[in-house]
Each structure stands twice: as C-alpha cells, then as structure tokens.
Design a protein around this ligand. Structure first.
Ligand SMILES: Cc1cc2nc3c(=O)[nH]c(=O)nc-3n(C[C@H](O)[C@H](O)[C@H](O)COP(=O)(O)OP(=O)(O)OC[C@H]3O[C@@H](n4cnc5c(N)ncnc54)[C@H](O)[C@@H]3O)c2cc1C
Length: 546
C-alpha cells in the first residue's frame, strides 16, 4: 500500500524562461532589440525544458575529473567532464553566447541579446558559463595585439563546440581562459611571481618562455589562456596555448582541481609551468591594462549571473507558494508570504534592469563616448551591488520553499552554493568599491555620465529627488575617503536602480523600491515592506505563468 501524495508542488519545468519574464523582455526591447525576440523565445523554451534542467543537475552531480598521467606515466593534464556538461556547452556555443557580441557591429544589439541569452541559460546551469564568459571577453584584450587577434579571432567567432585537445588550427572552434591569480596575490596581481623571458628580442607579439604558477585556472581544458607574468618592465600579458602549433603539448601542468563550495560543473585547476610558450599581448609592462578589457567582460557576466540566480530562485519560490497550501489557504494568499515574495521580486527586478542597462551601454560604447564613460563606472557599481544582493535573496527564496529546498533533488541548494562566487571572482567587494573610487579619480567623465543617467528620473518621486540631490553633492565634492567607499556605492546603485524602476518598471514595484530602499521604510530582512505597499498585487509577479 502506498500513501497518496497531496499538496506537493509540481516541478516548475518545463517552462519558457523568456516569455514568462516580461521585465527581461521589455529591457531587451528598450536596450537594443534588433529582431532577436524569436531567438530568445526559442532559447527560453529550450533551456527551460526538463532535459536541460536535468543536464544542469547531472553536470554538477558529476564534477570534472583531472587525469594527470596516463597509465604509462606520461603527463596527460586532461580534464574529463560528464556528457551533460558537453551538452550544455554545445547549446551555449551554438547559440553564440561566447561570440555573439563580436558577430555584429557595435550598437546592433548583439551584446544585449547575448547577455539576455546568458541570463536565461545561467538560471538552469551557470558553472559552464565560466569558459563561455572568458571566451566572450577575451577578444577585447586580444585585439590590442592585431597579429595574434588575426589568427585567433576566427577560431573564437565560431559556433561550433569542439572540445578535442588538439592544435587549435585543426579545430572547429576554440575557447579561452585566463590566469591572473597566484598563491601570494589575487587582487594584487603586481605581486605575481611568474616570469616571462623573451626567446629573441621580445616585445609585443614576440615569443617568450613562461615559468611560474597560477593558483586558480578555471576551465583548464581551454585552448589557450591570457596570463600575466613579470618581465623587466613589469607585469605583462601573454597568450599561452595548451597545444602548440607543432602539435606538441605546451608544458602546463595541472596539479589539482579545487574542491569548491559550489560551481561544481566547472573545473578550476592549480597550474604550474616551466618554459611554457607564450606570446606577448599588448605593451610590455602594461599587462594589467591589457587584460582589464577581458576582466570587464567577465565582471559584466558576474552581474548577469547574480541577477539570473536571483530570478531562478524567486521563480521557484513564487511557483511553490502559488501551489502549496498551509493553514487552509495557498501560501501566496498569506499576507506575510506576499510581503516576503514582493520584497524579493523588487530586488530581482531592480537587478535585471541594472544588468540590462549595463548591457546596452556596452553594446553602444564603441561608437558612443558617453555610454563608454557610463560603462566605466557602472560596471563596478552594478557588479558590487547585484552580486552582493543575490546571496540574501537566494537564501530567503530557499526558505519560501521550505524543507524541500534543502535537498539536493531541488535546484535550490545548487543556486545557494553558486551565488556567493560572483562577488569574489573578478574582484571581491572591496576591490570593486576601490575601482569605483579609481574611476571617479581618473575618469571624471564617468562620474558625470553616471549623474546624467540617474538624473533622467528627476521629478518623478520626492524621495528619489532627495537622494539625487545628496548624490549630486557627494559626487561633486571632495574625493570620498576609502573607508566610506561602500556607503557611497550603496547610494549610487540604489539611486540608479530606483531611477530605472521609476522610468521603466511597474509603478507599484517602483514606489515600493523607492520608499523602502531610499526612504528607509524597511526592515533588516526581506518581507518587511510597509503594510501600505501593494504587496498583494506584485507578489504574484514572481510566479512564472507558463
Ligand atoms: C571558483 C573560482 C574560480 C576562479 N577562477 C579563476 C581563474 O580562472 N583565473 C584567475 O586568474 N583567477 C580565478 N579565481 C580567483 C579569483 O579571481 C580571486 O579569488 C579573487 O580575485 C580574489 O583574490 P584572492 O582570492 O587572492 O583574495 P585577496 O586578493 O587576498 O583578497 C581577500 C580580501 O581582501 C579584500 N581586499 C583586497 N585588497 C584590498 C584593499 N586594498 N583594501 C581592502 N580590502 C582589500 C578583497 O576584497 C577580499 O575580500 C577564481 C576563484 C574562484 C573562487
């Protein structure tokens, strides 16, 4: 005899992640839709299928394995991945998540669509996004060395996923990674001890031999890495392939894969190299300046991933409380649950608007100096805030689902383990806050562009107007003390998010955001919106209606 199961929530999947997300849909249209909504809709349907959700689960259950040697003792340095990981990579590569931004001219919406696709994909599985992100970002740095870019660009701009560990000249498509972090220094890459010696005269584009180590080298199966190493003029940037043009292996030794809190589908290796072959990218001694173009792209992706994890967690929470009954009614009809869900939804919608506005700025920046200046400061501002807000949002959403969210068959533990990473890599919170101060100091145009942006909402709401004038005074005054950088950043980003919501968001959501986040009518936890906020109405915005 089996006891009947009642009052259990059905699985959310399959559902179309794009057509059930009107906030994303509107933002894509606003920021530069060039006829991609059909693609986004088909992609949202595909990644929201049971099959792809299952791949996400399996790729994380069966983490990659490092094989250092073959059975005869020869070095292999190979990583084997579960087939589900390859299926996920195949979808992302064939849809251009690693190259779409370069397939079109700036301002043609390629980067906007690509980021919306990434936002959809990462909801289902984010770990494989690491190599996709690094590849999508690398050309911005590699193009500073046109001779190398000419060789590698066609390999990168290919929608064919080819994981074979062979000479990239013989492959249908290539993926690239990056190696900055060493044991003795992560944020402070000037402390790098890896060295590069020229084979001949040296200089930009010339061949070097690299010796040293990298403490975190994610996606170690990449076809090549951009790496930092010391030369007589300082830290320089190098392109280091895994397989050399003569088909031999570059001596890159992977000692161990990290046993990580989350991000289990993605391999992150400890790497050592002695006399590895590399070619200098950009000017000698300007390696940080060169690679920062790549890092900016991956910082944007950290912001997207954080917003994406929030969206999926809140969608799961909304779906659950719409189905689950307790104490005689659906949880979604309980006033206190409505407050929690509404509060989570506000934060998530704000994050989505921030990351899509940033995407639009990047798309237009190459042809638009004002957007380029705005993107300079908006990148660390958005990265800092969205990646930090995402952790408490996912935790609270997990609690909405209750005990079932604490078991591994649910996607919630995976979202929860994944979410803190985005605020660590590509610059942890303090480093990002200091970058905002640096932008203010070195690029006053970026501060001016930021103010122009937030002031577009002037006159829409008295509480927002008050914050705008405080912000104007603060940004126009003396350079803020380091110790207050986070306080300033919070004012910048909440004012920016409020201005976006007021201009483009749902009126009730915008009012609640302004009154709680700017007006101080809010508690320390989610679910503390004042009783007069229209929580009943917009709590339901969290439910993806299939
Ligand atoms: C899963 C994973 C994958 C990774 N993959 C890669 C990869 O592929 N390639 C790569 O190069 N790196 C990779 N990293 C490394 C990552 O980018 C670094 O961990 C990150 O940049 C922080 O550096 P760190 O760990 O050395 O910390 P530290 O630099 O030691 O910083 C520790 C703390 O001090 C703070 N801090 C630093 N400087 C200051 C300051 N001046 N004032 C105040 N506070 C400060 C930081 O904000 C941080 O909170 C990966 C990390 C993880 C976890």
């Amino acid at each position: 005899m089996s006891i009947a199961t009642t009052n259990q929530t059905p699985p959310l999947e399959p559902y179309n992640l794009f057509t059930t997300d009107p906030v994303l849909d509107d933002a894509v249209t606003r920021e530069g839709d060039k006829g991609d909504r059909d693609h986004l809709s088909a992609f949202g349907e595909r990644v929201g299928s049971e099959e792809v959700f299952t791949w996400g689960h399996e790729a994380n259950r069966h983490s990659p394995v490092l094989e250092t040697h073959d059975r005869f003792g020869n070095r292999l340095d190979a990583i084997s991945y579960h087939p589900s990981y390859h299926s996920l990579m195949e979808i992302s590569v064939s849809n251009g998540l690693h190259c779409l931004r370069y397939e079109r001219s700036p301002g043609d919406g390629g980067y906007v669509t690509r980021n919306a696709l990434m936002y959809l994909m990462a909801q289902v599985e984010v770990g494989h996004g690491c190599p996709i992100s690094m590849t999508s970002s690398v050309l911005a740095a590699l193009r500073t060395q046109p001779d190398l870019a000419a060789v590698w660009e066609p390999r990168i701009i290919s929608r064919k996923y080819d994981p074979r560990p062979i000479n990239t000249a013989d492959k249908a498509g290539s993926l690239l990674g990056m190696g900055l972090t060493e044991k003795q220094g992560g944020s402070d890459v000037r402390a790098n001890t890896s060295v590069a010696r020229p084979v001949a005269a040296g200089g930009p584009g010339a061949e070097y031999r690299l010796t040293g180590h990298k403490w975190f080298a994610s996606a170690p199966m990449s076809d090549a890495f951009l790496m930092l190493a010391q030369t007589p003029l300082g830290v320089s940037c190098f392109l280091v392939p895994r397989i050399l043009p003569d088909d031999s292996s570059n001596p890159l030794m992977f000692h161990r894969l990290k046993d990580k809190l989350g991000n289990h589908s993605n391999a992150s290796a400890e790497l050592e190299f002695e006399n590895a072959v590399g070619w200098m990218v950009g000017e000698e001694g300007r390696g940080v300046r060169t690679i920062i173009e790549m890092v900016n792209g991956t910082r944007v992706d950290c912001t997207i991933w954080a917003a994406s994890l929030m969206r999926q967690a809140v969608a799961q929470a909304g779906w659950h409380v719409a189905h689950r009954e307790a104490f005689g009614a659906k949880l979604i009809d309980k006033p206190l649950m409505q407050n929690v869900l509404a509060d989570l939804e506000i934060e998530t919608e704000a994050a989505t608007l921030l990351m899509m506005r940033l995407s639009g700025a990047y798309d237009r920046a190459p042809n638009d100096p004002a957007e380029a200046a705005f993107a300079r400061i908006a990148t660390p501002v958005a990265k800092y805030w969205v990646t930090k807000r995402s952790t408490p949002v996912v935790r609270e959403a997990l609690e909405c689902v209750g005990g079932d969210a604490y078991v591994e068959a649910s996607i919630m533990p995976r979202l929860y383990r994944e979410v803190p990473l985005n605020s660590i890599w590509e610059g942890a919170g303090n480093v990002i806050a200091l970058d905002v101060l640096r932008a203010m100091r070195k690029s006053p145009a970026s501060t001016a562009a930021f103010l122009d942006e937030v002031e577009l909402a002037t006159g829409a709401d008295p509480a927002l107007d008050r914050e705008l004038s405080l912000l104007r005074r603060q940004l126009g005054g003396m350079e803020p003390d380091e110790v207050e950088a986070r306080r300033l950043l919070e004012r910048m980003v909440t004012t920016w998010a409020a201005s976006l919501l007021v201009m483009h968001g749902d009126t009730a959501v915008a009012d609640a955001y302004v009154n709680s986040r700017l007006g101080g009518d809010w508690g320390a936890q989610f679910g503390t919106l004042p009783a007069h906020a229209a929580v009943r109405a917009f709590a339901r915005r969290a439910i993806p209606h299939r």
